[in-house]
Each structure stands twice: as C-alpha cells, then as structure tokens.
Design a binder for this molecule. Structure first.
Ligand SMILES: NCc1[nH]cc(CCC(=O)O)c1CC(=O)O
Ligand SMILES: [Mg+2]
Length: 348
C-alpha cells in the first residue's frame, strides 16, 4: 500500500534507502560542511604523477627566449633544458615533452632537418637522458617545426601528401628513438602512420619504445601561441583542416582512436583539452585505454592572461582546469603549468 507521501525507491544508480526520500531527510550539503569530509568523498584527485611538462628548446645562438603569447613560458637552450628537467624530476613529474624552435635557415620543403640525428630535438634528448635518466621523454613526430611551409607533412602543389610524409615521419621517429626518446608521439594526423612507425621501430629493435598517438587532434584555433613558440606561425601556408579533425565531430574521433589502437598505439591523446572534455570521456568509456589530454598553448594563454590581468584567480583556475581532465577520464595531462602545479601540490 503505497501512499503518495511515501516516495518510491529509485532504481539503479540513483537508488536510496526507502525512508530517506528527499529533503529534509536528505541534505546534499552535509558532505560539504568541512574540508575533511569533502576530501573523504572526493571522486577524483590531481597528483604530480598526472603531469607531463611540454618544453621548448632553442639553439644557443638564438637570442629570443620569451614567447609573448605565453607569458611565463620560455625557450630553453639544451643546457637550460637539462637543468629545468632536473628540477621537474625532483618535483616528481614523471615525463616531459620536447618541442624545438628551429631557425628558418634550417627549414626546408623536404624537412631533412627532421631526420638528422644531430638536430636540436635529438641533442636535447641525449643530454636530458644522460643527466636525468629517471624522467620519461616524449617526442612529437610531425614535420611542422622543420618545414618551410609550416605543415605537419610534405607539401606538393598545395596538397599535404599522406604516404610520402609517412616515410619521413618513420625516419624521424627512428632518430628520436636512437637518441633515447621513450615515447614517440605522432601529432601529424596522417592516415596509417602509427602502424608504419610501429613496424619501423620494431625492425630497429625499439620494441619497448612506446607510441602515444595524437589520435583525436582537432584543427583548432587554440594552437596559436604554440606556433609562435616554435616559430611556425609565419611559415604556415593555409590551414591544417585537410588532416586535423573538424571541431564539429565526435564519432569521427572514436574512429580515429580505434584505428590508431589497431595499428599499435599504446596510449592515445585528445587535443585540445578543455573544449574537448566530452571526447576524452567518450574515448575512455569506449576503449578503456590510457587516454592523455593536452591542455594546449591557447588554453594556457587564456588562464594565464586573465590571471595576469587580475580577472581570474590563476592558481585556482589552473588546478580546477586540470582536475576537470581527471574527472573527464584522462590518465595524464600535458600542461605548461606542470611545474607550477607540482610546486603547489607539494606545498599542500
Ligand atoms: N604537430 C604540431 C603540434 N604539436 C603540438 C601542437 C600544439 C600544442 C599547443 O598548442 O600547445 C602542434 C600544433 C599544430 O598542430 O599546429
Ligand atoms: Mg588517424
């Protein structure tokens, strides 16, 4: 005999004891009354082990160290990078990602600098590996820093070539692995490159070198400051919409991830981060594989820029934005805030 005042128990995940129907018996605010209980019921946490720190490297004779669109971020010489990465390791940051600022004179249409074992990336990897062997090193595989046309692949008559680019990307991955890179991260979005790189690495006895594919990488306006940082914004002819994903699409991202996993990716990445939290969640729920997120340069610039103006509490916005990635299902996050976050978490 149920009467209208006795609430019916809810089914499924919302089920509650029959007696405790609703207010005033149930008060959601009880579990929020003090820090200890909020900590106790917290569903997600951000830790230093979630962080990957992207760094920019430059040649010793390159005078430009600051990046106007990324206040607080600088380009390091190899020696400075070794020191900075040492500091990151002592804070407990598990991995870094290296991006080179290449002099215009070294850029070409065939991107030969990308496959030179003496290029800036390879020299930085060797120096960091020797000095800070405990930290993981991630290297981007894409041709844009080395391409006089600014694209991630080879360009012929205005088209970004797929299969011809893959050949160069495989060589690039191989010289990076030889230098000591732990994780090869193809960010170029050519079709089929993950499988080709896996075969190439295995053939060269690098079967333990991991592949983190930028599987769901969108054609985004949020990469602007990064292109300033590596000096490719001036070079880029046109846009990257013929290879990077359309921000309108979500099912298509799942298909990209499925293919890269089939081709042997060990981890997948979603990029940018905050505007694409729904994609992170779908990828994690669908595939249950290590899913990384990239809080890209434009996201950093928005938070940091607003904080510098006094419009946002920068520290809180930084921590909240990163916790949101964890809540969305990310296993780890690439963030330019990594050092600041690690220091903040250490303070407690
Ligand atoms: N393949 C290049 C690459 N690797 C990482 C980023 C962006 C990172 C950021 O914005 O922080 C880009 C830019 C692009 O695709 O144009
Ligand atoms: Mg793909």
């Amino acid at each position: 005999m149920s009467d209208y005042r006795t609430p019916r128990p809810l089914a499924g995940p919302l089920a509650t004891p029959a007696l405790a129907g609703s207010y005033p018996q149930i008060r959601m605010r009880r579990n929020r009354t003090a820090p200890w209980v909020r900590d106790l019921v917290a569903e997600n946490r951000l830790g230093v082990e979630d962080l990957i720190w992207p760094i920019f490297v430059r040649e010793d004779d390159e005078p430009q160290t600051t990046i106007p669109s990324m206040p607080g971020v600088r380009r390091h010489t190899v020696a400075e990078a070794v020191e900075a990465v040492g500091a990151a390791a002592s804070l407990g940051i598990p991995a870094i990602a290296i991006f080179p600022h290449v002099a215009d004179a070294r850029k070409s249409a065939d991107c030969r600098e990308a496959v030179d074992p003496e290029n800036l990336v390879c020299r930085a990897v060797r120096a960091i590996k020797a000095a800070v062997p405990q930290i993981g090193i991630v290297c981007d595989v894409a041709l844009d820093p080395f391409n006089s046309l600014g694209h991630d692949g080879l360009v012929h008559e205005g088209q970004v070539l797929n299969d011809e680019s893959i050949e160069v990307l495989c060589k690039q991955a191989r010289v990076q692995a030889e230098a000591g890179c732990d994780v090869i991260a193809p960010s170029d979005m050519m079709d089929g490159r993950v499988g080709a790189i896996r075969n190439c690495l295995d053939a060269a006895d690098f079967e333990q070198v991991k592949i983190c594919s930028y599987a769901a990488k969108y054609a985004s306006a949020f990469y602007g400051p990064f292109r300033d940082a590596i000096g490719s914004s001036g070079a880029l002819v046109g846009d990257k919409k013929t290879y990077q994903l359309d921000p309108a699409n979500s099912d298509e991202a799942l298909r990209e991830v499925a293919l890269d996993l089939q081709e042997g990716a060990d981890m997948v990445m979603v990029k940018p981060g905050m505007p694409y939290l729904d994609i992170i969640r779908r990828v994690k729920d669908t595939f249950a594989v290590p899913t990384l997120a990239y809080q890209v340069s434009g996201e950093y610039a928005m938070i940091r820029g607003a904080a510098d103006q006094g419009w946002l509490d920068g520290e809180r916005a930084m921590l909240e934005s990163l916790l949101a990635f964890k809540r969305a299902g990310a296993s780890a996050v690439l963030t330019y805030f990594a050092l600041d976050v690690a220091r903040k978490l250490k303070e407690g």
